[in-house]
Design a protein around this ligand. Structure first.
Ligand code: COA
Ligand code: MG
Length: 276
């Protein structure tokens, strides 16, 4: 099942959950963490559990719980697990040990760690492979890490990441593909900048991310479009696959004057897969 767009909805906003379900998001992330003020956590738990129980599952329904050491996680899980979320999003994750700790409390629920929110987390990115069977995929964040290290921002004036955060984004990309799971790019917070959003999502797909998180309804169609192969890409992929199927013994061929070999064939199959 496709997982292009994952839309955050604050856990204390049931009106917005209902609205979010009417969009074309592949998944909703019902948030119990940073978008919910401490005093409203109990209300948010109830709202999320009740939505999980009653909602038509037109999108996959994920829950972002609070971090392992937050003191809030046990109550989060007690409220939502029986209502069968499709996955748990784990903030401030620090490698396979965090995933195993959460899986022990929530057996059988796939986990999507936000894998870059603390300095130590960066050095654990390579460890997720060991917990691959527990993982839905990997994602990253560019908001908590700068705050954790006293950086003033993760972004340049033009919205691009500063070099430390480019590194972190790239490490997540490779760590995610090392697992062979979904690799989800982080949110684009400037939700009124639709052109910047489109460029960001297109770059995410170009670089190898398989989907992206959203914070606002307007971002969902842009993400879905960016992660859906265009007609000309599909046509070229079909042509590559056809060229090899009529020449089964060829390792390398040419198509429109350009060399194609095994990586191009792999890429073509991926495009066909992503277009389904
Ligand atoms: N899910 C569902 N609906 C949403 C939504 C969301 N995440 N964000 C906005 N909407 C709806 C609003 O309810 C509104 O609907 P209406 O036109 O029927 O009244 C419409 O979209 C337009 O909203 P808008 O006025 O542009 O935004 P806002 O100022 O009310 O809210 C945010 C802006 C950022 C606070 C809001 O988009 C939001 O809460 N996003 C998610 C934040 C989050 O979960 N962050 C944690 C992870 S980074
Ligand atoms: Mg956060």
């Amino acid at each position: 099942m496709r997982l292009r767009s994952l839309l955050f909805v604050p856990g204390d906003r049931p009106d917005r959950m209902e609205k979010a379900l009417g969009l074309s998001a592949d998944a909703l992330i019902l948030d119990l963490e940073d978008s919910v003020a401490p005093a409203r956590k109990p209300e948010a738990r109830k709202a999320v559990a009740s939505f999980l129980r009653s909602a038509e599952r037109r999108a996959r329904l994920f829950v972002r719980i609070n971090a392992l050491d937050s003191g809030l996680l046990e109550d989060d899980l007690a409220a939502v697990l029986d209502a069968r979320p499709d996955a748990l999003v784990l903030p401030k994750a620090e490698g396979s040990a965090s995933v195993e700790a959460l899986a022990a409390l929530a057996p059988g629920v796939p986990i999507l760690p936000i894998a870059t929110e603390t300095p130590s987390a960066i050095f654990q990115l390579g460890s997720y492979v060991a917990a691959r069977d527990l993982l839905l995929g990997l994602t990253w964040g560019a908001e908590d890490l700068p705050a954790a290290i006293g950086a003033t921002t993760a972004r340049n004036e033009d919205g691009s990441y500063t070099s430390p955060y480019e590194v972190v984004r790239s490490l997540t990309l490779f760590a995610g593909h090392a697992i062979g799971a979904a690799v989800v790019d982080t949110v684009y917070p400037d939700f009124r900048d639709s052109e910047g959003m489109q460029r960001y999502a297109q770059r995410a797909r170009r670089d190898g991310f398989t989907g992206m998180m959203a914070i606002h309804p307007s971002q969902v169609p842009v993400i879905n479009a960016a992660f859906t192969p265009a007609a000309d890409e599909i046509a070229r992929a079909v042509a590559i696959i056809d060229a090899f199927s009529v020449n089964p013994d060829a390792g390398v061929l040419q198509l429109d004057g350009r060399m194609i070999d095994a990586p191009h064939l792999r890429q073509a199959r991926r495009i066909i897969e992503a277009s389904k």
